[in-house]
Each structure stands twice: as C-alpha cells, then as structure tokens.
Design a protein around this ligand. Structure first.
Ligand code: MSP
Length: 505
C-alpha cells in the first residue's frame, strides 16, 4: 500500500489560532483526505511549538508559568481543529517527554561527533525572529526589535553542508515547491552559509530544553521544534514505525518559514545521516488590508467567527478555492460571500435542489430507469468520466484551487445540460421509465454524485449529507464510476445545503 506522510508546522502557543494557521492545517487535512480516498496509508501530523522566547513572554504577560500557559493555549488549537473538522493522525507538543528526550539525544550526538563548537558572537539580533540577523537583512526591513548582542554560544556546523544542499536542490526539482521559492533558496545559498547558533544562555532565556552538556544554556527553539517531524513518528524508539513513514512525503508551511525548513532542517537531517523530505511546500500569506495577517498588526480574521456564521465547510471551501498555491491572497468578507453565493449557493446548491426536487415530484423520489442516451447525454457522461483522473493529476501537482474549479465547472456543465434538456417540461409529456425525462434525471443524479464525491475532502460534513440525500450508501462510497446510483435508489428531500447569503447594505 502506498504511504503518504504529511506535516504542518508546529504552531506557537503564544496566541490563539487565526485564519493563517487554519489555512495550512485545512490544506493538510484536505490533501490527507484525498490520499486516504485513493486508498493510501496516510499519516497526518500537526502540533504545537511550546518553547522559546515568544512563549516565555506570553506566559510572563499573563503572570503564569510557561508550562501552564502552554497547557492552556494548546487547547485553543486542538479545539479549533476539532471545529474545523481536521482529522489528524498525530499531534505533538514540543514539551512532551517523547520529544524532549530525543532532542537531547540529538544534542549529545552532535556534540560528541563534533558537529557543534562554542564561539563568541557579536551581532544584530532580532528579538521577534529569535535569531541573529545580518545588517543587510535589517536594511531590507521586516524586523521589529533588533538589538546588538555579544554572547558565547554553541554553533552547529551548518556551513559544511552548503554544497551538498545546493546539489540536492538542483537534482530534485520537486524538493522545494513552488519553483519561485526554490530559486529564492538557491539565491540565498549563493552567499556563504554561516553556522547555526543552536543555544541561548539561560541568563537571557529560561524556557527551553537544557543542553545536556552545558547547564547554562537552553536549546534554540527552532533546533528543538524541527526535530518533531521525526520524534513524532518514533525515531529511535520504534524502528518499524519510523521506517514506514520516513522520509516525509510533503511538508507544508508558509513562505516566511521556508528557510528554516529548506536550510536548517535539511542540513540537520544531513548531519543525522537521514534521507531528506521528498517535498516541502511554501504557500503564500493571507493578507488583510494589504498586509500579512498577524496579531501584532491587529488585522486577524478569526476562523471561529466565520464558522459560527456560515458553517465550517464553506470556510474550508473558500480558503482552498481562493488561494492559488504559492501566491498571497487577500481575505475580505466580500470575496468570501461572492465565492459562496456563486459556487456553492448558485452552481452547486441549486443543482442539488433541482435534481432532488424533480426526482421527488415526478419519480416517487427514486432514481428512474434511463432510456437510450442521446448525444447530449453522452457528452456529459464522458465529461464526468474524464474529470476524476484530471482532478487527481491536479492534486498530485498540488493545484488544489484548479482541482476545485474543475469540479465546479462540471456542475456548471450539468446546469447547462439541464437547461437544454428541460426535464421540467419533458415530464409533462412523459414521466414513465426510460422516457427522456427519466434519462435526464438518471444522468444528472449520477453526474452530481461524481462531482460531490470529488469535493468530499474539502467539505467532508456537508458532502456526507449530500451523498446520503442522493441515496449513496456506504457500500458504493468508493469510486467515481458513472452509474453508481442505480434505478430505484431512494433520493431524499433537499433542505438547501447552501442557502444564499443575502447582503443588507
Ligand atoms: N513555530 C514555528 C514553526 C515551527 S515548525 C517546526 C512558527 N509558528 S507560527 O505559529 O508562527 O506559524 C505557523 C505557520 O502559520 C507558518 O507556516 C506561517 O507561515 C503560517 N502563517 C502565519 N500567518 C499567516 C498568514 N497570515 N497567512 C498564511 N499563513 C501564515 O512559525
């Protein structure tokens, strides 16, 4: 059986999740569900990043101990994922012993094998990014609190892997997706790669994993957190489990953390002698009012507000449909409502109502027996037959927005077909089995079933209702063949799955 291991970044528990975090997690969930629907063995991992300065500060601000803070804030994430119908297989917190123990193993191992050295470093340090930055980076902007810092620390000899990393990226075009990000990383690697400072003196930061070989220091939060991708799948503790899942198939993240993954994480794996991830994908940002949505800018959209008002599935649909992978996307309520009304209320929702009501009224609520297919029927049946394979290719190429659009285009074609065949008129002449109207309704219901199934990973809960409305039972859940709804199948009564949103201006 083919396996598929997919990860999200670990989210900092310094604040509540917003649409940006929800996006990555929903994306991973949709891809995991698609792969599961293809019969693959899937492991979908997410979790929380609980050490470091950000968490220490957040806890101090609330006047609580950092562990207590993390224990409380992790619940915002788990409950949000539950509300968003995220079906993960693993959830890891970096304060768990199964993680911290393995991080200490890596630290000891690197220390003993001479992958670390101690040195005094003086330079500019970004408090918000928690790393030393170059003058050029500061000039280019984007860092808020930059201070001059002189400190003795431990460094990982990252620079010695520079050539191997460049070679790997060039030889594996799917390693960093999209290619614009690959070029960005190759550009970054044109300059000599420095070594990575992996420690923080306790005098400055207490909240982290203590270095096992020097009690005066804690581990740099990124060195700690990145290792979750292997500690969660039992690296060193269950060989069979680890070998089953590693190397990871797809690691998702926003473009702001591509360097930490493509460079820090990758060179750490090289030093560990482990195979590299097959693909790492950097998506764009959700913008609001022209800037990245972030707590400090005060422009965040809280997913919960939208879910409460419009339901989970339309939110999942919008986020997946409106962001072209790799590019930024602007979130506005107007765009959300327009997309909802056009794709879900008009194209899809009307279709469900039309088909189920016509069958209910004219065929005793049962899928009628079709007669001979004419050219118009055949064209639509052929189209519906082609689409699943087309969509699978788009998903493999991670073009989710295009895949969704392709499904919507099938619904639009089905609407055109219905207009052309006008079964509401045809039933007045003849509504017997094998009549023209019966054939039209048989074809429509079956094409609708194929389209609905293709959208199931995106809108699992509403599609489940729609499938049962169409009389699709569990034994014919799998597959996208035409004709799974056989004559006699009972169709339910639609209660408008996507009521139109009326705007009062
Ligand atoms: N803790 C680190 C990741 C460690 S992975 C071992 C981190 N956490 S984060 O909570 O700040 O961000 C997590 C993810 O959310 C990142 O991929 C980031 O790109 C994404 N987003 C945060 N704001 C975002 C938007 N406005 N839009 C889209 N995604 C954004 O970084």
């Amino acid at each position: 059986m083919k396996k598929f291991y997919i990860t999200t970044p670990l989210y900092y528990v310094n604040d509540q999740p917003h649409i940006g975090h929800a996006y990555t997690t929903i994306l991973a969930d949709v891809l995991a569900r698609y792969h599961r629907s293809l019969g693959e063995d899937v492991y979908f991992l997410t979790g929380t990043d609980e050490h470091g300065q950000k968490i220490q500060h957040a806890a101090e601000k609330r006047g609580v101990d950092p562990q207590q803070h993390a224990d409380e804030y992790v619940l915002h994430f788990t409950s949000m994922w539950e509300k968003l119908h995220i079906k993960y297989d693993g959830f890891i917190r970096t304060t768990e012993k199964r993680h911290t123990d393995r991080v200490k193993d890596v630290l000891n191992d690197f220390y003993e094998r001479g992958e670390f050295y101690m040195a005094e470093y003086e330079g500019l340090y970004s408090v918000s990014e928690e790393r030393f930055v170059t003058e050029k980076e500061v000039e280019e902007g984007g860092f808020r609190e930059v201070i001059q810092l002189k400190e003795k620390n431990y460094f990982f000899k990252m620079s010695k892997y520079q050539d191997a990393l460049i070679r790997h990226i060039k030889e594996n075009p799917d390693f960093i997706i999209p290619s614009s990000r690959q070029n960005e990383i190759l550009g970054f690697l044109k300059k000599p790669l420095g070594d990575l400072c992996i420690s923080r003196p306790k005098s400055r930061l207490k909240w982290g994993i203590e270095l096992p070989f020097d009690k005066e220091y804690v581990t740099y939060v990124w060195f700690d957190a990145l290792l979750n991708y292997i500690t969660a799948i039992e690296w060193k503790t269950d060989e069979a489990c680890f070998n089953k899942w590693w190397p990871v198939d797809l690691q998702l993240m926003g473009k702001d953390i591509i360097t930490t993954h493509a460079v820090y994480w990758t060179t750490m794996l090289m030093a560990l002698g482990l195979p590299l991830p097959k693909s790492i994908l950097a998506h764009g940002w959700w913008l609001s009012g022209g800037s990245k949505m972030s707590k400090s800018l005060g422009n965040v959209v809280r997913p919960l507000d939208l879910i409460d008002e419009y339901g989970v599935d339309p939110v999942r649909y919008f986020l997946m449909r409106d962001m072209v992978l790799g590019l930024d996307s602007t979130f506005t309520m107007d765009a959300f409502i327009r997309r909802y009304n056009s794709d879900l209320a008009n194209d899809f929702g009307n279709l469900i109502n039309r088909v189920t009501i016509l069958i209910k009224k004219n065929f005793d609520g049962k899928i009628p027996e079709p007669g001979e297919f004419n050219l118009t029927d055949k064209e639509l049946i052929d189209e519906a037959g082609r689409i699943p394979a087309e969509i699978h290719l788009l998903i493999d190429a991670l073009k989710l927005s295009d895949a969704i659009e392709t499904t919507t285009s099938l619904f639009r074609k089905l609407n055109v077909y219905l207009e052309k065949k006008a079964p509401w008129k045809a039933v007045k002449e003849d509504r017997s089995p094998k009549s023209s109207a019966a054939t039209t309704m048989y074809v429509s219901a079956n094409v609708l079933l194929i389209g609905a199934r293709l959208l199931s990973p995106v809108m699992p809960s509403r599609i489940k209702d729609i499938l049962s409305l169409l009389g699709s039972t569990s034994d014919n859940q799998a597959g996208y063949d035409f004709g799974l709804l056989t004559p006699g199948t009972i169709v339910g009564e639609s209660r408008s799955p996507f009521p139109r949103i009326i705007l009062d201006d």
